[in-house]
Design a protein around this ligand. Sequence first.
Ligand SMILES: Cc1cc2nc3c(=O)[nH]c(=O)nc-3n(C[C@H](O)[C@H](O)[C@H](O)COP(=O)(O)OP(=O)(O)OC[C@H]3O[C@@H](n4cnc5c(N)ncnc54)[C@H](O)[C@@H]3O)c2cc1C
Length: 398
Amino acid sequence: MAEPIETDYAESMANDDDCVVCDTLVVGVGGMGSAALWQLARRGVKAIGLERWDIPHAYGSSHGISRIIRLPYYEDPAYVPLLRRAYELWREIEAATGRELLVTTGSVDASPDDDPLFNGALASARLHDLEHEVLSGGEVNARFPGYALPIAHRAVFQPAGGLIASERAIVAHVEAAQALGAKVRAREPMLHWEAHRGGVQVTTSKAVYRAERLILTTGAWIGEHAAPLAGRSIPERQVLAWLQPHTPELFGPARFPVFNLQVEEGRYYGLPIYDVPGFKFGRYHHRAETAGAIDALSREPDSIDEALLRGFAERYFPRGAGATLALRACLFTNTADEHFIVDHHPKHANVVLASPCSGHGYKFCSVMGEILADLATGSGETRHDIDFLRLQRPALAA
Ligand SMILES: Cc1cc2nc3c(=O)[nH]c(=O)nc-3n(C[C@H](O)[C@H](O)[C@H](O)COP(=O)(O)OP(=O)(O)OC[C@H]3O[C@@H](n4cnc5c(N)ncnc54)[C@H](O)[C@@H]3O)c2cc1C
C-alpha cells in the first residue's frame, strides 16, 4: 500500500454523509492498538479500532498465549521507568475487567559473565535500585530444578518478573474500551489512509472513516502503511515451542521463573506452563528469516524448527524436554538498534506511529497505549521519556 501524498483537504475528503466519523481512529487492534483504544476511551475520546483479522488472531505478533515481563532491562535501562508504569497499568486493566493478565514468576537473565545480557540486567537493576539477586548458574539450578544452566553462568534473579497473558490482554483491552464507548470493527482491513491539516481519512474494505487523528498500530505490516518506517521495521519469522515436561511440577509459575538465556547456541527465552500444558520457549532471531514481503514468511513450523528448539531444551532444560505439544510461528519486526519507534508521523502531526517493537514489546503494551493516547490527544506531548524511541535518531538514519 503506497503512502498517500498530501493533497488539498476539500478536494480529496469524502462527504460527511458518506463517512463514519469519530475523534480518533486506531488501525490494527493487536497488543498496542487495543491498549491505545482503552486509554483513549478512558479520556472520553470517541475512538474506533479497525482490525484486519479477528480479536485476537494468530497471524501477527501477539499470539501464543503468553509473553515475558521483566524489570531489569538489559537492552537499555531507559526502559525501566516505562516498565514501572507498564506494571501499574497491567494491574489497572486487570482490575477493570476482572481478568488475570500478569502472573508473577520471577525472572532470570543469565549468560557468561562477560556477556551484555547478564551485565546489562545487573547495571539496569543497580541503576534503578531494583530488588535483585546475583546467582551462579549452579545456584539457579539448585533453586529452580527445572533449569540446567552451565554452572559458571551468571544470572540476575528479579522477583517481580513474570508473564502477561497476551491474547487475553487484547480481549481485556477491547472489552474495557467498548464498555467506555469505543467501537471495534474486525475483519475490516485498511486499504488506504490520507491526512491533511483538517483531519484524516481511512478507507477500508467496507467503509470510509474520518477523524481528527489516526494511530497506526499495524504491527509487522507498518512498513507497508507508513513510508518513514518502510525499510526501518523488518519482519522476521519466529517459532515458539511447547514441550511436555517430564516433571511438570517443576515447570509451573510457582517454581519456574521466566528466563532470558545466552548460551553458545544463541539467545533464548522461556516461560512456565500457563493455560496450555507445555513449557514454552523460543530462540531470538530463530533462523534469521526475514523477507521483504510478509506473506513470503512461512507460518507453518517444520521439522528444522522443531529440531533446533528441542536441541536447546534437551541440553539446558532436560526435565522439560518431553513430547512436543505445540509449535507456532509468529512475527518479530526489528529496527536497526532493536529499540521501538513511537512518534508522530514526520509529515502529519495528526498521525501517530508505533512499531511492533523488535521482539520485546508486548510487556510495554499497557504503557504504550497510554503514550499513544498522549501523542494523539491534546497538545500531543507525553510525560514519559521516549526520546530514545523517536524516529529521528542516529541508528535509524537512512
Ligand atoms: C515469538 C515471539 C515472542 C515474543 N516474546 C515476547 C516477550 O516474551 N515479551 C515481550 O515483551 N515481547 C515479546 N514479543 C514481542 C511482542 O509480542 C510484540 O512486540 C507485540 O506483540 C507487538 O504488538 P503489536 O500490537 O505491534 O502487533 P500485533 O499484535 O500483531 O498487532 C498488529 C495488528 O495490526 C493488524 N493489521 C495489520 N494490517 C492491517 C490493516 N491493513 N488494517 C487493519 N488492521 C491491520 C494486524 O492484523 C494485527 O492484529 C514476542 C514476539 C514474538 C513474535
